[in-house]
Design a protein around this ligand. Structure first.
Ligand SMILES: [Zn+2]
Length: 390
C-alpha cells in the first residue's frame, strides 16, 4: 500500500534562500524545456534531453539529476495535458478552450513541486535532518519535523522520489512510503459500525463516542471567530482568518488520527471488521438548523474515513462501506423505520417495540448490521490506493 507523508522542513534563513533559488531555477528550466518540447515536438524524455539537457545544466546551474528531473517534469506535464484533453477536461476539439489549452507550451509556477531522488536527497532519521541538493551546493543538516507516527512510517518505509514544495512561505518534503499490508482477516467476527455525525464525530456500535461536547464547543468558537473575521474584510483580518483555518485543519487532522487509531485498534483486538457509511449522503442527510450545518461542513469526515481505511488495511482489518440511508431512523432491534423514532437529536425511541438508546449508537448498530450483509454478499470495498497522512 502506498502512503504519502508530508514533513515540514525547518531551514535556517540562509538554507531557505538556497531552497527558494533552487526551486525557482528548476521551474524556470522546466518551463524553458517545455517550450523547447512544444517547438520541437519532442515530448518524450529521451528526445527532449537531446534538445534541452546541455542548456538546462549550464544556464540554470542544475546538476545532472536535477536537469533530468526538470526535463522529465516537462514531459510528464504534457502527458497529463494530453490525457486531460482526451478526457474532455478542456471541452471538445475545435472549441476556444480546447485550442487555448493545447495551443501553447506548458508553464510551471516558480513554486511548483520539484522531484528529488535518492542521489539529490538523503534522510538522517535519527537526527531528523536531510541533506539536500541546491544550486548553491549541498545543504547538510536541514532539520525537519512531523507527527511522531508519520516520522516513524517515513523512517521505516520511505521509497523512491520525494517532492520539494513551498506552501505559504513554508517548506515541505512529500515522501512516498510503501507500507506492507497486514494479512487480511478473512473471517471477521462481526463488524464494528461507525456512525459519523454532528454531535459525536464518530460513534461506534460498542458504545464508544469520540469527541463530543468539548470539541464541538471549540468548533463553534472557531466558526464564530472566522465569520467575524470574514465580515471585517481587512488585510490583517484575512491573514488571521487564514491562520485560524490552518490551525483548525491541523487540530482536526490530529483528532482524526486519534479517533481512527482507536477504532482500528478496537476492531483488530476483537477480530472484527469495520463498517463505514459511504460519505456521499452525509451532508444531504443531515437536516439541521443553520449554525450546526456549518459545523458539520467544517469537519473533514472524508479524511477520517480515509485514515480509518488505511490504518485498517495496515492491520489487516476488513473495511466495508454501507449505504447510510435511514440508519438514524431505523430501530436496530426490530428494524422499524420511522422519522418519529427520533423524538430528539440525541434520543432514539422505537415507536413499535419501545427500544430506547442514544441515537448515534442505534445508528452505528444499523451500520454494523448492514456491514455484515455487505461482507456476506462479497461486495467488500477496498481502501483508496493513495492517502495523504501528514
Ligand atoms: Zn423497534
Amino acid at each position: 500500500m502506498k502512503l504519502v507523508v508530508r514533513v515540514k522542513l525547518l531551514p535556517t534563513p540562509v538554507q531557505a534562500a538556497a531552497l527558494e533559488a533552487t526551486l525557482h531555477a528548476c521551474n524556470q528550466a522546466a518551463t524553458w524545456a517545455a517550450g523547447v518540447a512544444f517547438e520541437e515536438n519532442a515530448r518524450r524524455p529521451l528526445e527532449l534531453r537531446k534538445h534541452a539537457y546541455a542548456e538546462v545544466r549550464v544556464r540554470w546551474g542544475l546538476g545532472a539529476q536535477a536537469a533530468q528531473h526538470a526535463i522529465k517534469k516537462s514531459c510528464d506535464a504534457y502527458t497529463t495535458l494530453k490525457a486531460n484533453l482526451r478526457n474532455g477536461r478542456y471541452g471538445r476539439p475545435g472549441t476556444k478552450r480546447h485550442a487555448r489549452a493545447s495551443g501553447k507550451p506548458v508553464v510551471f509556477r516558480p513554486e511548483a513541486a520539484q522531484p528529488y531522488d535518492d542521489r539529490m536527497l538523503s534522510w538522517q532519521h535519527q537526527a531528523r535532518t536531510v541533506s539536500i541538493w541546491t544550486t548553491a551546493g549541498r545543504l547538510k543538516g536541514v532539520r525537519f519535523t512531523g507527527q511522531a507516527e508519520q516520522v516513524e512510517v517515513l523512517a521505516a518505509h520511505r521509497q523512491g522520489e520525494s517532492d520539494l514544495v513551498c506552501q505559504g512561505g513554508k517548506w515541505f518534503l512529500i515522501a512516498t512510503c510503501e507500507i506492507p499490508e497486514g494479512d487480511l482477516n478473512t473471517h471477521p467476527d462481526g463488524f464494528l459500525g461507525v456512525d459519523l455525525g454532528i454531535v459525536n464525530i464518530a460513534a461506534t456500535s460498542d458504545g464508544a463516542r469520540h469527541c463530543g461536547r468539548r470539541i464541538n464547543r471549540k468548533r463553534e468558537q472557531d466558526r464564530k471567530l472566522r465569520s467575524k473575521l470574514q465580515k471585517k474584510n481587512t488585510k490583517s483580518a484575512k491573514r488571521r482568518a487564514k491562520k485560524y483555518a490552518g490551525k483548525e485543519a491541523r487540530r482536526a487532522k490530529d483528532i482524526n488520527h486519534k479517533i481512527s487509531k482507536r477504532i482500528v485498534a478496537e476492531a483488530e483486538r476483537t477480530g472484527r471488521g469495520i463498517a463505514l457509511e459511504t460519505l456521499t449522503g452525509i451532508r444531504e442527510r443531515a437536516r439541521l438548523r443553520k449554525p450546526q450545518r456549518t459545523t458539520l461542513h467544517s469537519w473533514p469526515f472524508a479524511q477520517l474515513g480515509s485514515f480509518i481505511a488505511y490504518k485498517a488495511k495496515r492491520a489487516g482489518v476488513p473495511v466495508v462501506y454501507v449505504d447510510p440511508a435511514y440508519t438514524s431512523q431505523e430501530c436496530s432491534k426490530c428494524h422499524h423505520i420511522a422519522r418519529g423514532n427520533r423524538p430528539a437529536q440525541a434520543v432514539f425511541s422505537c415507536r413499535v417495540c419501545g427500544f430506547v438508546e442514544h441515537a448515534d449508537h442505534n445508528a452505528s448498530h444499523n451500520i454494523a448490521h448492514r456491514g455484515w450483509y455487505v461482507w456476506v454478499c462479497g461486495a467488500q470495498s477496498t481502501a483508496p490506493g493513495l492517502t495523504l497522512i501528514a
